[in-house]
Design a protein around this ligand. Structure first.
Ligand code: ZN
Length: 501
């Protein structure tokens, strides 16, 4: 270890400890904490967040990073240390250029924005949220302006924050390709939609039975209960303290079996990724999932590529029926498989099926892109939103609650985040074809043997944490950088078969 890097260690350790405590508090607030605790606990979170910030953003660390970024020092760093220095330098650059008073004002605005959005969404009053959104966008443009290099597109800077290597150039091409291929496919599928019945998934399903099946299936796909726990929350999510403590949540509805099963497989995919990060990387800034896109590629790989595959259900469908004999005894295996793969254009992104999902993302991408290049204004968003839903999905939202106000992201200040979801879906398909080349993939699923698949993902992807970029991970694993052709092929093959097109 280089002498200079060694000096960085105490700062890293302190920051890691505070961040771990914060992760635990935030998990608790979402799952077990009593409702009245929020105000007081928020105070603790506020203080610890400040400590976490100053444990890294300070003159000593800044100096050390400056030295560590010199050519001489770089040659002495290990791969892990290089990744840590790169991550820290990036977040330092993001934060230090913003004047503290502006950052403070923006943080306060963001804290309020979420409440304003919740109320506006509930009351279907976009006009109540629009001024806040507009103010947040002005701040964001200003902040990224501080980091802008000549001629650089503002939105590209945001995109790169979430997904290194993906700019509007790559994403324009990606969505253009989806427009040409997926839109016609959606039309064909929609025309045959009444051939698939899925109403049985909305029968009455006992919540305790759902919970115990969710536990069974999480274990079946490889969620390790010695390193993880499962709880309930309003919206399912995954968080982790380190690779030996990964936590997932689920939400149960009495009249929806599909939601509980596929949410837990999705979160299980996120968790298996975090559990697979190498021991010597966890608890360092290089010890988490590489990016949001890679994370989603893993959750969607488990949820859709594996979880909606007939071969996956072949050995366990009878088990599911045994949990719900009253509701499922009259449902054949084929009927079940077709139902869980039914595609139907809808208004809500989070409820979208595998085929139409990326169209929801495309709409948000086009709007964000136009907002950041000042081609459109905040006031125009609702009508543009509705036009695009009509154009791509053939449906018009009846109100803004189910339209432009549906997602929390813009109220959180997360602009440039949405594309990662679609990138993740596309990557999951690329990985699927690679695995089919490498192993008898479907055969393993039929045998209920997910270990080989999981170990392969761990060895080629999970264990690396953030020491390889998205493109490097893909290139080293599949021999190719990001290639959306696989995604199109996957959707075409799959839905042609299900709908007998
Ligand atoms: Zn996810």
């Amino acid at each position: 270890m280089s002498k200079t890097f060694e000096k960085l260690n105490p700062y890293l350790e302190k920051s890691m400890a505070i961040e771990t405590a914060l992760a635990l508090l935030s998990w608790d607030m979402e799952t077990l904490a009593p409702a009245d605790s929020i105000d007081y606990t928020s105070k603790v979170v506020g203080i610890l967040s400040g400590e976490s910030f100053s444990s890294i953003v300070n003159d000593e660390v800044k100096d050390l990073l400056k030295q560590l970024n010199t050519e001489k020092e770089q040659t002495q760093l290990s791969i892990k240390e290089k990744a840590i220095v790169k991550n820290l330098t990036k977040s330092m650059e993001q934060m230090e250029k913003i004047p503290p008073e502006e950052y403070q004002a923006y943080s306060e605005l963001t804290a309020k924005a979420q409440n304003i959005w919740v109320r506006a969404k509930k009351n279907n009053r976009y006009e109540d949220f629009a001024p806040t959104l507009s103010e947040m966008l002005t701040y964001q443009k200003k902040f990224i302006g501080y980091r802008q290099k000549e001629d650089e597109n503002l939105y590209d800077i945001l995109l790169d924050d979430y997904e290194e290597g993906f700019t509007t150039k790559e994403l324009d091409a990606f969505f253009e390709q989806l427009k040409k291929t997926i839109l016609p496919l959606v039309k064909k599928v929609t025309a045959k939609n009444d051939t698939i019945d899925k109403s049985f998934l909305y029968r009455n399903y006992d919540i305790n039975q759902q919970k115990s099946f969710a536990r069974y299936i999480a274990g079946y796909i490889g969620f390790d209960f010695n390193r993880g726990v499962m709880a309930e929350s309003e919206h399912p999510f995954t968080t982790n303290l380190h690779n030996h403590d990964v936590r997932i949540t689920n939400h149960y509805y009495e009249d929806n079996l599909e939601s509980a099963i596929f949410s837990i497989i999705h979160e299980g995919g996120h968790a298996i990724y975090e559990m697979g990060v190498a021991d010597d990387l966890t608890q360092t800034p290089a010890g988490a999932g590489m990016s949001m896109g890679i994370h989603e590629s893993q959750s969607r790989f488990f949820e859709n590529v594996i979880g909606r595959n007939p071969a996956f259900w072949e050995p366990i469908y009878d088990k599911l029926v045994s949990y719900f004999p009253e509701q499922l005894s009259d449902i054949s295996f084929d009927h079940f498989i077709r139902a869980i793969n039914k595609s139907e254009p809808g208004l809500i992104r989070t409820e979208a099926d595998e085929l139409t999902y990326s169209l929801h993302i495309m709409i948000r991408y086009e709007l964000e892109r136009a907002l950041f290049s000042d081609e459109i204004t905040v006031d125009e968003l609702p009508s543009l939103w509705n036009q695009k839903y009509e154009e791509y999905l053939g449906i018009t939202p009846p109100d803004n609650t189910q339209g432009v106000l549906q997602d929390v992201h813009w109220a959180l200040g997360s602009y440039g985040y949405f594309p990662s979801y679609a990138i993740g879906s596309a990557i999951s398909a690329q990985i699927y074809y690679h695995l089919c080349d490498k192993m008898p993939f479907e055969q393993y699923l039929k045998e209920g043997n997910l270990t080989v698949i999981r170990e392969y993902l761990k060895d080629h992807l999970h264990k690396y944490g953030t020491t390889k970029t998205t493109m490097e991970l893909l290139k080293d694993m599949t021999g190719e950088e990001f290639n959306a052709d696989y995604y199109v092929r996957y959707l075409e093959e799959k839905f042609t078969k299900i709908y007998e097109l």
